[in-house]
Design a protein. Sequence first.
Length: 110
Amino acid sequence: MAAVLSFNAQAADEKAKKPKGKGAYAKMVATLKLTAEQKPKFQALQKEQNEFMAEQKKRSAEEKKEAGKPYYKARNAKLKELFTEEQLTQWKAFQAKQRAAREKKAKEKK
């Protein structure tokens, strides 16, 4: 029993030590090869999105749709302005892949 608890504690420690942001998203950002000029602008857009998503959690489904459409239209325009064509193509492909993975996961839950 003590060995199991020790193993679980060790696993929890290992999980806590992992740096945040290491995953598909972090890899995608690296593949975009943002310039020094693009990085702070992209980080500002991401911070804005995080704040928007926090607000979305407080809204009803209908309110989310109403707030989301204009927000994402404006966000996409900003991304189009920020990214090169190649970066935008990579970003859209990443978004499509993530969307498909979410939809697949949602279907599996049903």
